[in-house]
Every structure is written in C-alpha cells, then in structure tokens.
Ligand binder design. Structure first.
Ligand SMILES: Nc1nc2c(ncn2[C@@H]2O[C@H](COP(=O)(O)OP(=O)(O)OP(=O)(O)O)[C@@H](O)[C@H]2O)c(=O)[nH]1
Ligand SMILES: [Mg+2]
Length: 300
C-alpha cells in the first residue's frame, strides 16, 4: 500500500511541499492567500480553494505542522462520506467500467482482475468494447496477464448482448465477479450514453441487481473537466464510484476533491501505473497526506 501512495506523482506532492514552505508559518502575513493559490494550482477549483483556506484559518493553527493536519482533516470532511469498498458481495457481482476515450478503462479492468483474482474472487473479464478488434485484443492480453478468462464478443457486435451472455455464463460457472470493459465515449454523445444505459439495463435482466458497481474511470490529468464527465454520465446511470487513473503522472489530483464535494460520489480506486499491481483502494487520508509528500511531511 505504501508503495502505491509513493507513486502518486511527485509533481503533485512537490507542489504542496515547496509551496507551503515558501508561505512561511500560519502566522506569516499572506500565508492563507498563498495556501489558496496553491490549492487552485492543484486543481481543487477556486470556490473550494477559498473555502478550504478559510476553514483552516478559522482553526487558528500556530505552526505549519498543525496547519497541514488541519488541511488534511478539512479536505477529508468535504469529500464523500459514502462507503469506498466495492459492492461485490453478491456472487457473481457485475462491475461496469466506463468513461471518455483513453481514460484508462481497459487497463483498470485488467489491474482489478489481477487484484480480485489474488483475493479469490475468480473474476471474469468481458470485452464489451466491440467497436474495435484491437480493443478486444487489448482486453484479452490483460486477462492473460492477470491469469483470468476473458469473454469476448465479435467485433461490431451489440455490447449489451455480449454482457448478457457473459453474465449468464459467469453465474453458471461460479465466477465471483464480472468486470465489464466498455468502449470510450464522451459525456456529450447522447446516442453513446444511451447505449451505455442499455448495457446496464440488460445486465440487470441477466443478473438481478447488476451492475452492482458502476464505475466512472477518470484520467487524473484532466483536472476540472472530470466534473462535467461525472455530471454527464450521471444523467444516464447512477455512478456508484470513481476510479482515478494515471495518478502517477499528474499534478492535478485535487480535482477529485471537487468532484466528491459536488457530487458526493466516492472515489473507490486509484491507478498509479501500467503494471498489474498498480491499482489500490482509494483512501482519503492517504490521498490528502500524499499531496504533502511521501510521509505527509512538510518542509523536510
Ligand atoms: N502511467 C499510467 N498509465 C496508464 C494508467 N492507466 C492507463 N494508462 C495508460 O493509458 C493509456 C490508455 O489506457 P486504456 O486502458 O487503454 O484506456 P481506455 O479507457 O480503455 O481507452 P479506450 O478504450 O480507447 O477508450 C494506455 O497507454 C495505458 O497503458 C495509469 O494508472 N498510469
Ligand atoms: Mg479500452
């Protein structure tokens, strides 16, 4: 776990470490203005940045250390209070992954299959991105890497039909969890959003309660535009959780604080690389602390 959080981009971490050190102590003039600017630079968004800086100031911290702790607590307080564990108690459970093009869906499906296989869930992955033959092959290659079977439809086939067949087969064969990889689509493409809603609906016909988990995969580099993605996908299906991918390469991690504060949807998983083990359960405190440095330190 520690290694996962240490992979959160050093640029994200450096931002707060260097910036807060430069701002002096909470008793220095201009400290809170600089803190606010730092939060804006970290893509927390201007309104929340002002709010967080005010909340910390009102607690009257006297040292940098106490201010840092106050900021972590206030960040945690405005993030979602919903459970962050995956809803995969039912056997089989269906986890639907979707998001804009290239956000990290297929990679996340592969990494999650690897983790859940190690936990004894006997995952089945489903290549329901039937638009491109290469997408099916990419999912198959990941399944092989994770050591799990892959259910694939024909290129050009109906993704909902693929998911229906996969879920029925998973129930027959005793798989614990079914991970469904879907084609990338923009939150503004209504026909493609409707197609996704149909996949979810048809999943529920094959397996009561499916999809048990409906995860929007976000590219951590996209900062504040993630908010409109979450709003858009949320119009056609209930988003039960977020996956924050590519957090090993971005300085814009603060956006997730804004998304959770506005939509109340919890981030459940964080992706920090392209290896099978580069995925972890999201933890608010560790995330907030990681903004300040590997061990949450400031100034040293
Ligand atoms: N560094 C890093 N790269 C990642 C991570 N997740 C995904 N990638 C890379 O990002 C690129 C896109 O990932 P995919 O998993 O193919 O994304 P996708 O959402 O399935 O893409 P489409 O199916 O085309 O919409 C690939 O090169 C991945 O290796 C991550 O956590 N860290
Ligand atoms: Mg894909």
């Amino acid at each position: 776990m520690t290694s996962i959080w240490s992979k959160v981009a050093s640029r994200t971490r450096g931002l707060f470490v260097e910036g807060l050190r430069a701002a002096g102590t909470p008793l220095s003039p201009g400290f809170y203005e600089q803190l606010e600017e730092l939060l804006i630079a970290g893509d927390v968004g201007p309104v929340l940045a002002a709010d967080l800086a005010r909340r910390v100031r009102e607690r009257r911290p006297r040292t940098l250390e106490v201010a840092r702790e106050a900021l972590i607590e206030e960040m945690s307080a405005i993030m979602s209070s919903q459970p962050r564990a995956l809803f995969i108690d039912a056997r089989p459970s269906c986890v639907l992954l979707y998001g804009v093009n290239g956000s990290g869906k297929t990679t996340t499906a592969g990494k999650l299959a690897y983790l859940l296989a190690a936990d004894g869930f006997a995952p089945l992955v489903v290549a329901a991105d039937t638009y491109r033959a290469a997408a099916i092959e990419q999912m198959q290659a990941w399944a092989e890497r994770a050591g799990v079977p892959c259910f694939a439809g024909r290129p050009g086939g109906d993704p909902a039909a693929v998911v229906f067949d996969a879920l029925q087969m998973a129930a027959r064969r005793g798989h614990g969890v079914v991970l469904v990889d879907t084609a990338g689509r923009l939150q503004t493409q209504q026909n493609l959003l409707n197609e996704l809603a149909k996949v979810a609906r048809v999943a529920g016909k094959a397996l009561p309660g499916a999809p048990h988990e409906s995860l929007l995969v976000l590219d951590g580099n996209l900062g504040q535009s993630s908010l409109s993605q979450a709003r858009g996908f949320g119009t056609v299906l209930p988003v039960t959780g977020l996956v924050l991918a590519k957090m090993d390469g971005t300085a814009r991690g603060g956006a997730v604080i804004a998304i959770e504060a506005e939509l109340g949807v919890p981030t459940k998983l964080i992706g920090v690389g392209e290896g099978p083990a580069d995925l972890a359960a999201f933890d608010v405190r560790r995330f907030a602390a990681s903004l300040f440095g590997e061990n949450g330190e400031v100034g040293g």
